[in-house]
Write a protein that binds this ligand. Structure first.
Ligand code: ZN
Length: 85
């Protein structure tokens, strides 16, 4: 630990303060990352699956769409329950 602190590009006392600050930020950083991943997955689930081409598409028709599979339709087709919601 001592070696590590001395290797940081800060004066010793500043390095110690920085380590404590980062340790105290761990929980909020963890929450932020989890939230970002959740939001990204939610956004991805708004995409529709084009079965013909085997790709996800950003379909503008949303619930009016009849040619693609929504996330829920795709899941029920696979027989998987959505554990995130
Ligand atoms: Zn669609």
């Amino acid at each position: 630990m001592e070696q590590f602190v001395k290797g940081l590009p800060y004066p010793y006392e500043e390095a110690c303060k920085e380590i404590v600050r980062r340790r105290n930020s761990y929980e909020s950083a963890d929450k932020l990352v989890r939230h970002a991943i959740h939001a990204a997955l939610q956004l991805l689930r708004t995409y529709h699956f084009d079965q013909q081409n085997g790709i996800l598409v950003n379909c503008k028709k949303r619930s009016e769409c009849s040619i693609h599979l929504t996330w829920k339709q795709y899941q029920s087709k696979l027989g998987v329950e959505d554990t995130d919601n």
